[in-house]
Design a protein around this ligand. Structure first.
Ligand SMILES: [Zn+2]
Length: 165
């Protein structure tokens, strides 16, 4: 079976960015996902299309096929009051370089990285950590199967490598 829409590929991968391994999945714990529903970044899915079990792959993705260009508009100053809990600024978590889990206006979770700390405001970077980076993937397709109706209805993989619900 070849990888196409509504199949579940299980793959190993190694992701190298600027010469360093930043993420990997090995044979013992492969990545399994429903193909063609936007579970992975578009460039990753495009390059796996049509592959079958046993095939190896190697490709690079420019930022526009991966996590986008680095966006200066995603760097914002937040008033220090944003970081108050019960009227107390949580200085413990306000360290330069720290990743802080926050929410956007619609309540969606997003992570911000602290760039600067002052008494009145915090400069934060809400770019994805891989924004602006070229991603270099290598790996192997271990298995390809049809997604079940339950998996398609839930939008995620069940069984090994997936959720059990
Ligand atoms: Zn489920």
């Amino acid at each position: 079976m070849n990888i196409e829409k509504n199949t579940v590929p299980s793959v190993t991968y190694t992701l190298v960015v600027e010469g360093e391994v930043v993420d990997k999945a090995e044979k013992e714990n492969p990545l399994s996902f429903i193909y063609g529903i936007g579970a992975m970044i578009p460039g990753f899915e495009k390059n796996l299309e049509g592959l079958s079990a046993g095939e190896k792959y190697e490709f690079s993705l420019q930022p526009d096929e991966a996590y986008g260009e680095y966006d200066l508009a995603a760097i914002v100053d937040l008033p220090i009051t944003t970081f108050e809990v019960d009227g107390q600024v949580q200085w413990d978590m306000l360290k330069v370089g720290q990743m802080v889990p926050m929410q956007d206006q619609n309540g969606n979770p997003l992570n911000g990285k602290i760039l600067e700390v002052s008494d009145e405001k915090i400069k934060m970077d809400f770019n994805h950590v891989l924004a602006g980076k070229t991603l270099n993937f290598t790996g192997e397709v271990l298995d390809v199967r049809q997604a079940t109706e339950d998996e398609l209805a839930h939008g995620h993989v069940h069984g090994p490598g997936g959720h059990q619900h």
